[in-house]
Design a protein around this ligand. Sequence first.
Ligand code: PDD
Length: 287
Amino acid sequence: MARYAYVNGRYVDHRDAHVHIEDRGYQLADGVYEVVGVRDGKLIDEVAHIDRLDRSLRELRIAWPLARRTLGFVTRELMRRNRLRDGLVYMQVTRGVARRDHAFPTTPVKPALVLTTKNTRHLGADPGPGVAVKSHPDIRWDRCDIKTVALLPNVLAKQAARESGAYEAWLVDDEGCVTEGASTNAWIVTPKDELVTRQSDNGILAGITRGTLKSIANALQLKFVERPFTLDEAKKAKEAFITSATSFVTPVVKIDGETVGDGKPGPTARRLREEYVRFAAAGEAVT
Ligand code: PDD
């Protein structure tokens, strides 16, 4: 089956999809992106993702490449063409193609839009055995709240984690606190049954899954606190887990080789994942 990508107004064969060598995303990482999860042919939390895309674009003063409604249409058309049932839609907007100069182009440039899809296995309520994480210094910049394609520190942290046999890296700031994962948000459940995740300031990406989980935690009347937590506190936690559009709620059972809790996915992470999957199933199917 042919696989399509959407590149600047055209649906093209994925193998022939390309952007210009002077695209500012390619040369300067001058662009933003979104990853929207898809389950049973339904986009998960689409509005919140597109709101965050809008925010990222505004923060960098990049114009919308097309009308917001049109993006919704194009996304669905690409999903239909690629028969996407489970996986994700990747959306990337860069400032566009211009002669290389660090400063913004002085003549009008059309922002570049690329959409791709990826099939993954169907994620259900069962979280599996959980994953290991490895700590890594957080060497990123001060605007981690913007979802930019400038991901080199995240790439290096993830690679270090993978080389050590861990699934995800947990980034640790100068105070010894876990900010977030390389591509996920980080959570713990304390011995006092407090559900903790770091407050969303410029130090982390305000995950859409994180936001939805906050509402779920509220509805379940869990004790929920947004505050920094140290790596040490995480290692002594009852439970730990990560969240993202592609991993939903995934229990963390090992941190730097040390077992978290009893080394198995805990009841809070399990419950939150169940509720999240229920939420994801309620979306609108793409026909
Ligand atoms: N990553 N923190 C970082 C640094 C991320 O890159 C992501 C998402 C998250 C979780 O955000 P959300 O719940 O909106 O997916 C947190 C995506 C999945 C990626 O880069 O592939």
